[in-house]
Ligand binder design. Structure first.
Ligand code: PMV
Length: 313
């Protein structure tokens, strides 16, 4: 049984986070500069079923049997063995590496799951199609998110821009004119499960108010898709500003995110917003490609711990 390696990119949500959990459309795109990779090597002479897990980025070096069954890595492995009806895995080492910052809205959890699911199913001789990979990763996402919409596992599996509506077939779309996004990391880890859970509580307290926010964000995502498909790139900037204002009212921004959003706009970005679960993690800014390095520098000066420039085309 030869070694098997698979990987998956990071992602950003351009429009519609949180509202997407409530059935509104959202737009997400892959970020190929950051990736998660899983490699499985056979341990010759090892006992059947003995799976060593190494994830040096989170300081993990253990055996599958010793890992909490609710751990996302364990869940990803179990999803594959259950889907393939494989009772035992030959002795092997599963090594997971990721350059995607954890708990920052760049889809690290989904990318790690997708990489593991692909690597393990390939190692076992039954590589799974994208639809199944995404569906299994969605099951693991429930550990990260509680009530995930499914957008992260979808965009990360297909590695294409997606217009996503919960429980509907994946829709991809054309980018008519390329555009540049600068990603700025607040450096504040923010588990999505918490912000999604808090939004749910707020929605339960005042459903009418929150549904208005979600509907407005959904409308923005629809308009943004048309702008992307027709090459009206600058219009996206205004839509980003509107979406960020809604997310502030929904209660998922924080002073650090607002500061980076303001800094990007002062440095000439056409628009900026938080991206993902919020309360920390990343924000994104839309810019002219020539202006991107200056915006990245302005973000660093305003406290961003990391910046990434990504061109979408
Ligand atoms: O994984 P994050 O932080 O990018 O958040 C995903 C987007 C949410 O809408 C907040 C949650 C979801 O499941 O769609």
């Amino acid at each position: 049984m030869p070694a098997f390696t698979a990987s998956a990119p990071g992602k950003i949500i351009l429009f519609g986070e949180h509202a997407v959990v409530y059935g509104q459309p959202a737009i997400a795109v892959p970020v190929t500069q950051v990736r998660a990779t899983a490699t499985i090597r056979p341990n010759l002479g090892g006992k059947w079923g003995e799976v060593r897990i190494q994830a040096p980025d989170i300081g993990l070096d253990t055996n599958l049997q010793r890992l909490d069954p609710a751990h996302p890595i364990c869940e990803a492995v179990n999803q594959v063995t259950a889907a393939l009806g494989a009772d035992h895995i030959p002795a092997c080492t599963l090594r997971v590496r990721a350059t995607i910052p954890i708990a920052s809205g760049l889809g690290s959890g989904a990318a790690i799951s997708v990489a593991i699911i692909r690597a393990l199913s390939g190692f076992l001789g039954h590589p799974l199609p994208n639809e199944t990979v995404s569906a299994l990763a969605y099951e693991v996402e429930k550990i990260h998110h509680g009530t995930p919409s499914g957008i992260d596992n979808t965009v990360v599996t297909y590695a294409q821009p997606v217009y996503f509506v919960k429980e509907q077939a994946i829709q991809t779309f054309e980018i008519a004119a390329p555009f540049t996004i600068v990603i700025g990391d607040t450096g504040i880890p923010s588990p999505t499960k918490e912000s999604v859970g808090d939004v749910r509580q707020s929605w339960q307290r005042d459903p009418a108010r929150y549904e208005r926010f979600f509907a407005a964000a959904g409308q923005i995502a629809q308009t943004a898709r048309k702008a992307i498909e027709s090459g009206h790139v600058q219009q996206l900037g205004q839509l980003m500003r509107q979406n960020h204002a809604i997310l502030q009212q929904v209660g998922v921004s924080c002073p650090e995110l607002d500061q980076l959003v303001d800094a990007a706009q002062q440095a000439g970005a056409w628009g900026a917003k938080l991206s993902g679960g919020g309360r920390g993690g990343n924000m994104i800014a839309l810019t002219d490609p020539e202006q991107a390095p200056a915006i990245a520098a302005a973000l660093s000066a305003a406290g961003a711990t990391n910046t990434i420039i990504t061109n979408l085309q």
